[in-house]
Design a protein around this ligand. Structure first.
Ligand code: MF3
Ligand code: CO
Length: 255
């Protein structure tokens, strides 16, 4: 395993990619309405990212056909944008986006409600976000990654939810996926020790029901086996001298 330490200049570039990414969430949020297809949302995202000087890094990544991943309801990850998938009231939709700026990548995901959603769906969205923020609070140099994974797992399971161990967070920089892997469960005091200059994406993926998943024949779309909702929240963060900085937050959100 090789965890790359980034310079201040490199972190500034990832932050710029992250600000384009965060603005894309704000833009997509406005368009997240019943009747729009995920293909149309993908087109909007791509043109927004490019017109702000970024590149949608997912496009063509290992052959992925979309500019971003759009995953509705029981789709946990890697939903392929489609003219056939039309949002309807009560859905939840996640936008998992990577933006490259001058060779550096930021990675983040948000899950939004479409119109009025059930109390269960709202709670799932809130708890998934909480998993990230409770986990990230522990981040500072000298801390083991396992502590963060453990906290994410504790928050989700204490609400009766499950988290996959098949996918997780990762280092990010020149490559979309760098070391280390960050699972959403772990033992306190285990795993790599965080150091100033590391940049990682932390991404709780939380299932309302059982943990089992399956992948569609398209080779990408990952769904819950029981058909219940799943939710995803992710930010790219830099480890700083005394803590961390979140590089992909929308303007109204707290760092
Ligand atoms: N953004 C995803 C992640 O968190 C990866 C997307 S896979 C791609 O790692 F093929 F769509 F790029
Ligand atoms: Co990621």
């Amino acid at each position: 395993m090789k965890i790359i330490i980034k310079s201040a200049r490199e972190i500034a570039l990832i932050k710029k990619a992250g600000s384009i990414l965060a603005d894309t969430f704000d833009y997509l949020k406005v368009h997240t309405k019943a009747g729009i297809s995920t293909h149309e949302l993908d087109r909007l995202a791509e043109s927004f990212i490019r017109s702000h000087g970024g590149i949608p890094s997912c496009k063509g990544y290992e052959g992925f056909p979309g500019a971003i991943c759009i995953s509705v309801n029981d789709t946990l990850l890697h939903g392929i944008p489609s003219k056939k998938i039309i949002l309807k009231d009560g859905d939840i939709v996640s936008y998992d986006i990577c933006v490259t700026y001058e060779g550096y990548i930021a990675d983040a995901c948000r899950t939004f409600p479409v119109g009025e959603v059930s109390e269960n769906a709202k709670r799932l969205i809130d708890v998934t976000k909480l998993c990230f923020f409770e986990g990230v609070k522990l981040v500072k140099p000298g801390v083991h990654l396992g502590d963060i994974s453990h906290k994410i797992h504790e928050i989700a399971t204490s609400h009766g939810y499950t988290l996959t161990e098949d996918y997780g967070g990762h280092g990010v920089g020149r490559e979309m996926h760098e070391d280390p892997i960050i699972l959403n469960n772990g033992e306190i005091g285990t795993g790599p020790i965080l150091k100033e200059g590391m940049v990682v994406a932390i991404e709780p993926m939380v299932n309302e029901g059982k943990v089992e998943l399956y992948t569609l024949d398209d080779g990408w779309t990952v769904k819950t086996l029981d058909g219940k909702l799943s939710c995803h929240y992710e930010n790219t963060i830099a480890i700083t001298k005394n803590g961390y900085e979140i590089l992909t937050l929308e303007k109204g959100e707290q760092n």
